[in-house]
Design a protein around this ligand. Structure first.
Ligand SMILES: Cc1ncc(COP(=O)(O)O)c(C=O)c1O
Length: 502
């Protein structure tokens, strides 16, 4: 290949453009100050409003033109400390009860620092972060009762974990040819005349499973959403009946999805019973355990997860109830070969070697859609080591006891009513003032959630249960105490009174 005319005549003519600091000592001082600001922020996590609208200063600062010239590190650090640090959604605060958010730990911050310094790409090759991810996965398998020879992957979160598992289940049903030729061709070859693959979950399944079915080319309508029983769980008899009905109608049932900790109320399906139905019908059994699976770390809650060890695949998050900083999800797949067949490729430029940097096959890119992957394992490993599984389990059990406390307080509070059982850490309720028109109940409670959020005292979110809007408090934060819940109840009562007065 001829050299281009632009090639400099001598090496001395090549100007170096390093992006490292020109003044390392100054950078160090600035970095230490910023670390102090970060630790102050976490040490005072319970001070100040839980949530506040994004500041005008941040809003303004995020409308600048392209940053063509450099900005001093001290100025960037100042903006990080003054603008970015205070503008979180609130999940580090002990009175954040919205959605299902982990709260993080100061130790997680330290691990993130190291991960950024190592700057490892864990798609493959042979280096420390790969070993750390394998260690974390070995721990995940041991926690969940999966065999050591099963495979796994750290992912952005359970949405991605569920997608990886659906893809593996698709391979188990249609074979790897579906990747090359598409689902329709693979279906026609394996099951001539079949109308399509079908999957089964309760109506309380997280929407990301529907999304995953769509992305995997199977169609979200192919996920049959079965009604739940009084405890919000998928009924095994209904599941069995639905499988038989679909078979009789010319479909090919291939997947059952059980949930450990439903997103709306925290119910856990009878995983052992679902595993049995799946096995009897030769279906893949996947468990979405986004937050609920880690309740296995609490001796008091472990029994409700019986059967999780029988799953073909499991997705759960370390960033929720293990408080690893976002993002850190995990997926485990019992059949390593099927997992690899679902994702592995061998392009020339990713050739594996028996030794050297390109050793260490299989690589993590063989188990998921991503090639470049961050070293999430470092913060998971550090958090599990620093906290220990027993203490994480104790924090989970404490959250569940606090949910019962909140349930009792709300049940005793005139004008408030519980809308669902409290099997784990989520309390669904609403304010039902005397005399309110039925069609005003939902708007009234929606406004109440906004009033509370904007007050800065606490954050709850909303969901819909059997068509009714519910206020939903998910207690996930290890910093939350009973007095935080008492403050929540008092704030709700005040907000409801104010609204009634209007
Ligand atoms: C049961 C369940 N599944 C899946 C998810 C999605 O997880 P992620 O947000 O980590 O992708 C959630 C999130 O709360 C969940 O509760």
């Amino acid at each position: 290949v001829p050299l281009t005319a632009a090639t400099p005549a001598s090496p001395a003519a090549v100007a170096q453009t390093s992006l490292d600091p020109a003044d390392w000592n100054g950078f160090r001082d600035c970095a230490h100050q910023l670390l102090d600001a970060v630790l102050d922020h976490l040490q005072g996590a319970g001070a100040g409003p839980v949530w506040q609208p994004v500041s005008a200063a941040l809003d303004q600062a995020m409308r600048r033109p392209l940053p063509l010239a450099p900005t001093a590190t001290t100025e960037v650090a100042r903006e990080l400390a003054e603008l970015v640090l205070p503008s979180g959604v609130g999940n580090t605060h002990p009175r954040f009860f919205g959605w299902v958010h982990g709260a993080g730990t100061p130790g997680g911050v330290l691990a993130e620092l190291v991960a950024a310094a190592v700057n490892a790409n864990v798609g493959g090759r042979d280096h420390g972060a790969v070993r750390i991810e394998r260690q974390v996965l070995a721990w995940a398998k041991a926690i969940m009762g999966f065999p050591p020879q099963s495979s796994g992957l750290l992912v952005s979160g359970t949405s991605m974990g569920n997608l990886v598992a659906i893809q593996a289940a698709r391979t188990a049903a249609l074979g790897p040819m579906a990747r090359a030729q598409g689902v329709a061709a693979a279906l026609a070859q394996r099951f001539p005349g079949a109308r399509g693959l079908t999957a089964y979950a309760s109506e309380a399944v997280h929407a990301c499973v529907l999304k995953g079915m769509g992305i995997a080319g199977l169609g979200s309508d192919s996920l049959r959403l079965l009604p739940v029983d009084a405890s919000h769980r998928l009924c095994p008899e209904r599941l069995e009946a639905a499988i038989h009905a679909d078979r009789a109608a010319g479909f090919v049932p291939f997947l059952v999805v059980g949930t450990a900790g439903t997103v709306d109320i925290g119910a856990t399906d009878d995983l052992a019973a679902l595993a049995r139905v799946a096995a009897q019908n030769k279906l893949w059994f996947h468990v979405d355990g986004a937050f609920g699976a880690l309740a296995i770390l609490s001796p008091a809650h472990r029994p409700r997860l019986a059967g999780i060890e029988a799953a073909d695949s499991l997705a759960f998050d370390f960033h929720k109830w293990a408080h690893v900083p976002y993002d850190a999800g995990c997926v485990l797949i019992r059949d390593e070969r099927c997992h690899r067949q679902s994702f592995a490729m061998a392009p020339n430029y990713l050739e594996r070697a028996p030794r050297g940097t390109a050793a260490g096959a299989p690589w993590f890119c063989d188990y998921g859609p991503e090639l470049s992957r961050s070293a999430r394992a470092i913060k998971v490993w550090a958090t599990l080591r620093e906290q220990g599984l027993e203490r994480i389990g104790a924090a989970i059990a404490s959250n569940c006891e606090l949910a019962q406390h909140l349930g009792r307080r709300l049940a005793a509070q005139p004008g408030f009513e519980l809308l669902a059982p409290i099997p784990l850490n989520i309390v669904c309720f609403r304010h039902h003032p005397a005399g309110i028109a039925p069609d005003q109940l939902d708007p009234h409670n929606r406004e109440l959630a906004c009033d509370l959020q904007e007050s800065g005292v606490a954050v709850v979110s909303t969901t819909r249960l059997r068509g009714q809007l519910a206020l939903r408090a998910a207690i996930v934060n290890h910093r939350t105490t009973a007095s935080d819940l008492d403050i929540l109840v008092d704030a709700l009562v005040r907000a409801a009174r104010r609204r009634a007065a209007r």
